[in-house]
Each structure stands twice: as C-alpha cells, then as structure tokens.
Design a protein around this ligand. Structure first.
Ligand code: 7RM
Length: 649
C-alpha cells in the first residue's frame, strides 16, 4: 500500500483543459467553481433550490433540507414524478423527436428511441405493471440484459411509485433469492436472455430457479430478447410484448412525496449479507441531474455513452436518471467490450459520433493489454470528454486514456463516489479543474469532503486517513432497507454526524483527493465491490469446506483478484477437481465476478489466539510471498511458514 501512495505522490504532471474546451463549458474557470462551491457549502438551501427549480415539481417544497442526523429529508413537502422529469418534460421543451437512446445489441442489431417513443414505452409499461397488480411502494426486482427495456422498466416503476431493485444480470439465482427475500419483492421483470461474449445468458432460467425458493412473487413479466425457448409458468409468468399490446401508450404521472422511496440497490459490505441501499426521489434526482450536467458538461448536441450495466449504481445515476433528466442523447450497448474483438467500443464511438465516454479503469487496462491496433483503426475525433469510475486509476492507464483515446484533447473526469452517495462526490469539472493522473481532484458542489485521523482530527496534506463527508447531500442514501441500526453503525459510527465512506485517502498540497482504496474487508474486482465475507460464506456453504478466508491480490487488469484459502472438513480428501469445484461453487452462489482466481487448500488458517482469522497476513503473503508486519498475536507460526512454502510451489 505504501508503494502505491509514493507513486501517487511523485505524480506531478498537471493537465489543464484547453482554452477552447473551457470557453464552451458550463463551468469555465476555477474562480467560478470556487464561488459556486462556497455557496453550496455555506448556503446549501439556496444553492440546491436553484438547481432543483430546473426540474418539474408538481408541488413545491416547504423546506430544502430537514437534517436529523443521520436521517435526512430533502425538499420536504414537495411532490414530483421522477419519470415525468426524465421523459415527459422533454416532450414540450423541444426534444420530443430527439434520440434519447441509441441502442446496439451485441450481435449488431440497432434501435433508436426518441424521447417521444421512450415516453410511449414507459407509459405502456407503467400500465402493464398496474394491470398486473403492482402498486406504489411495492418492490419490483429487475433482472435484465442491457436493452432499452431495462431502463423502461425502471422508469415505469418510478412512474407508478413502485420501488425497483435491479440485480446485475451476471449474478446467480442464489443472489436473486437473497435480494427477493430482503426486499420482499412481489414482482419480477426479466428477459428470456441476453447476449454476452457471443453466448446467451439465460436470465429467465436463473429467475425460475430463484422463484422455486422464494414464493412471494405473484407476477413475472418476461421481455423477449433472444427468442430461445423458455419455461413460462401459467398464472405467474406473462410476456412483456403481449401485455403491452393490451394497454394504452398514455399514462398520467402522479406526484409522489419527495422522500418517496425510488429504489433499493444491493451492495457489498464487510459482513456476509449485502446491504439494500435505499434511495428516495427528489434529492436523488436533483443530485444525479446536477452532477451529470456539470461533471459531464452536458450540452444539447452531445452523444453520451456510459459503458456501465444498469445493475450497478453507475447505470442508475449515469445511464437512466441523470442523463435522461438532462435530455441528452445517449448510446447504450448490450454486450462485452471484446466482442467480436477489442475494437468494439471504438467502433461504436466512431459509428455514432460519441462525444462523452464514461468507463472503468479495469476496461482501460484490458484495452491497453489488447494493443493499440484496435483504437488505431478507428476515428475517435468526435470525443470531447472522457470519464472513469469504480476504482483508483493508475497513472499509466490515465496517460494511455488521455493520449490514445482522447488524443490529448479531451479532459478526463476521474469520478469518486459510491452506491451510497447516489451521485458523484469528488471529480474534476472538465472546463476548469487542473487534473493529475490518479487523483479524483476536488469535491463537487455541496460535498463537504475531508480526511480525518482516528481521533477525528483533519489530516494535513499528504497524511493518510479516512475519507468522510461532513454535511448531508441531496442524493445520499436514506437508510439500509429494513435495518436502520446497521445504517447507523456502518456509516455514522466513527465520528458524530459525519458520514464515513470506508475508503482511505489523502490530499495533496493543492487540495486534491487521492483515494487509496477500501479500509474494510471489501474487494474491488473490475470496479465491483465484493465483500470478502460474502465469498467466504459461499465457500463454507459447500459441504466439503470447514473454513475459508478470502483476500484480494493485485491483478493487472481486474485491479484485484480473489484469492481463497480453504480448509476442508475432517475426513474429506482433496481431489484433483476440488479447486475447480469450489470455484464453480462460488460462481453459482454469487456470480462469475466472484469466482476465485486461486484456491489454496491448507490444513489450517493463520489465527489470533482468540480465533480470528488474520487476513492481513494472507494478504501480504499473496502479494509479496512473505510476512513482515507484527505477527505476535498469531497463535501458531508454522501455519504461515507452511503456507509460504505452498505458495512458492
Ligand atoms: C460508483 C461505484 C464504491 C467504491 C468506493 C471506492 C471505489 C469508485 C473511484 C473509486 C478511486 C474512483 N460505486 N471507487 N470510484 N476509487 N477512484 N474514481 O463504483 O459502490 O460500487 O463502489 O469504489 O473504493 O468506495 S460502488
């Protein structure tokens, strides 16, 4: 870890936006940023009221913020419809026939939906949901491929006040069961399948498996994407297209309270059970709208593309709600970046004239490895702005992105935020902030970010500490669904009235924030949060496994890879296939992203005298092959020396 910090510190290349970019940008000077930032911190109510007024409210708020730590209410007394803001609003502001979504399927099929068409589809599906008994506040689990209908389903839920919970299509049936149970969902929206790397992902099959265990789902609406034969259970499963034929393409958007729940999104924490992060309507919409507008400098002729999946928070805030509230044209792509080869993204950028491109460092590293010949074959001159999210970007990857993809012409916004924060918290503003490779730079409007030491004192420049947010912000999570005490404990327990992000960070002498990584037992694999405890409990759920410890190891492309240490039960003999079986078991329990890269079978795990597994030692072992830190609390050193020998083999 200390090495990584040093390389960050020695980074002193500074890149300023070109005069041409700044001139046209929404925020064009640091003076303007500082003035607005100061206002947003000193007078948050007037700052956020001004932003909120750009959206449509069926009833105005009485108070901008009601802060009863750690519970915030934003725009209290107001009523709005989130879907109306993302769709209907554009029918009367000149964008009716503007492309909202330009979609490309992995096999190469294409569709374009204008705001008018999107409106019709969202209305139809809102009617379909209502006709199938879904009411306001009901939970709807969405398990879809990256097709426009994923966004349509989310917007239709918002339109009728139902609470959606999107589950990433790469997650397993068992993950679906956990989320159905925790949210108490009564309806599921899914598809027969989707395309990924030339293969069909059988989504409905996973849903069928999940619904054998969880009986609370009354209706499962299935979008036909692949046309493959699937099982449709009478009385429970209905086809999207057949239901849509029966209903009208208009639907009146009812206003909901600003604090009406909008969605639950599950994310990993340091204990086994994923947390249902609850976001509400008014504040979340204002946060995603405003951050999109300023950080992606959204202009009416932009063609914006965020490569995330709607199953992650990035897809919620920066594919669905933020960009659509801004009325931008966006590209949506179904499949993998390397299908049919690593030129796919560059081909899409050239074909549709993408101006703003938002992706993850793990993808950038994979592109670097694949070779320059792929971007070299394409004209990327339409690009004007680049973004990254998900993990710290290493300076080498930043430079490649800047030079090879952006031709040194496009500013890069390295955006730090979390599922919990709902929208981007720390990021350059592309028209003014001087950037350095590897730093997310400065806090966004309204974000009172700081770095504190264990005692709660603010750290000086270059001193590492915990990243915290000292004031509430509109798109903050409202609670962990069904578990207010876990909400308090996880985020508000370190310092009174202050949000702890769980990341370690430091600032440099210019005030830039350098995020080092997680402080808790959470891995970041390809930009996705994965609790070590989740993977461990998946391993232990296998009948042969007695105990497991999971750690991350630096991985060239994924950022971190999953390494598992496993002790088999007494009397179970390791077979040649044991490692493979256990890897498959984890993939089945959680999803392919959690599949361990390595499994080490060991007769014992390093433990403290009180029996706690010392993951720190395992982490150091896999990273360096040795152990240097304090091991005086270790119960039995021979466990470590044996592991060390095994790892060398
Ligand atoms: C948006 C998202 C959140 C965690 C967060 C960090 C890491 C995200 C950056 C980053 C350094 C970044 N939500 N993280 N963005 N680290 N620089 N620009 O990723 O809830 O899935 O993950 O991701 O550790 O706490 S998330």
């Amino acid at each position: 870890m200390s090495k990584k910090i040093e390389s960050h510190l020695s980074e002193n290349r500074v890149f300023k936006p070109s005069r041409e970019f700044s001139k046209k940008a929404r925020i064009s000077s640091m003076a303007q940023y500082r003035r607005m930032y100061r206002e947003s911190i000193e007078k948050p109510a007037s700052f956020w009221a001004r932003e909120a007024k750009e959206l449509h409210w069926q009833k105005r708020w009485k108070k901008v913020l009601d802060w009863n730590p750690p519970f915030a209410k934003w725009f209290t007394g107001a009523r709005l419809n989130v879907a109306e803001n993302c769709v209907d609003r554009h029918l009367t502001n000149g964008r009716k026939n503007k492309a909202a979504i330009i979609w490309e399927g992995e096999p190469g099929d294409q569709r374009v939906l204008t705001y008018h068409q999107l409106h019709q589809e969202v209305c139809r599906f809102a009617n379909v949901l209502e006709a199938n008994g879904v009411k306001a506040k009901d939970r709807v689990l969405i398990y879809m491929p990256m097709v426009p209908e994923a966004a349509i389903a989310m917007l239709a839920c918002a339109r009728i006040g139902a609470v959606h919970s999107v589950v990433f299509g790469g997650f397993s049936a068992e993950s679906i069961v956990d989320r159905l149970e925790d949210s108490g969902a009564t309806a599921v929206v899914t598809a027969d399948g989707g395309y990924r790397r030339g293969k069909i992902v059988e989504l409905k099959k996973s849903v069928d498996e999940a619904l054998q265990k969880y009986k609370g789902v009354k209706r499962c609406i299935v979008y036909q994407r692949t046309g493959e034969k699937i099982n449709m259970r009478r009385g429970r499963d209905v086809w999207w297209h057949k239901e849509a034929e029966k209903v009208s393409p208009s639907h009146t958007p009812k206003g909901f309270d600003s604090e009406h729940p909008l969605f639950i999104l599950y994310t990993s924490g340091s204990t086994g059970k994923p947390k249902g992060i609850l976001h509400s309507s008014g504040g979340y919409l204002v946060g995603s709208y405003t951050s999109c507008k300023y950080i992606f400098d959204m202009q009416d002729d932009d063609v914006y593309w965020c490569t995330a999946d709607v199953g992650w928070i990035t897809g919620h805030s920066y594919i669905v709600f933020g960009p659509l509230a801004n009325g931008v044209t966006q590209v949506m792509y179904e499949g993998a970046p390397n299908h049919p080869d690593f030129g796919r993204f560059w081909n899409i950028i050239e074909k549709y004239g993408v101006t703003t491109f938002y992706t993850a460092p793990t993808a950038i590293r994979a592109f670097i490895k694949a070779g320059d010949k792929f971007p070299d074959r394409h004209d990327l001159s339409s690009l004007r702005l680049l973004g990254t999210v998900g993990e710290p970007i290493n300076p080498e990857a930043w430079m490649w992105y800047y030079e090879k993809i952006g031709s040194k012409r496009c500013p890069i916004v390295d955006t730090w935020w979390q599922t919990e924060t709902g929208s981007i918290m720390i990021s350059p503003l592309p028209g003014c902030t001087p950037t350095k490779p590897g730093t997310a730079t400065l806090p966004f409007f309204g974000v009172d970010a700081a770095i504190l030491d264990e005692e709660g004192n603010e750290c000086g420049p270059d001193e590492g500490g915990r990243l915290v947010i000292r004031k509430p912000w509109p798109s903050m999570l409202r609670t962990i669904y069904g578990d207010r005490s876990r909400y308090r404990k996880t985020y508000w327990n370190d310092f009174k009235g202050i949000y702890t992000a769980g990341d370690g960070a430091r600032t440099d002498k210019d005030g830039n924030f350098w995020i080092v990584g997680r402080l808790d037992d959470v891995l970041n694999v390809s930009g996705h949060r994965l609790g070590t405890a989740e993977v461990e409990s998946a391993l232990v759920s296998h009948p042969d496994v007695a105990e497991a410890a999971v750690v991350g190891r630096p991985h060239e492309i994924k950022g971190q890879g999953v390494v598992a240490f496993v002790t088999l039960k007494e009397g179970v003999r390791a077979a040649k296939t044991t490692e493979k079986t256990l890897k498959g078991h984890v993939a089945k329990a959680i999803g392919a992203i959690a599949r361990p890269d390595e499994i080490h079978l060991t007769p014992a795990l390093p433990k403290t005298r009180s029996g706690k597994i010392m993951r720190r030692i395992l982490k150091e072992l896999v990273a360096t092959g040795g152990v240097t830190g304090n091991i005086t609390t270790l119960e039995d050193f021979s466990v470590v020396s044996n592991l060390q020998k095994n790892l060398k083999k």
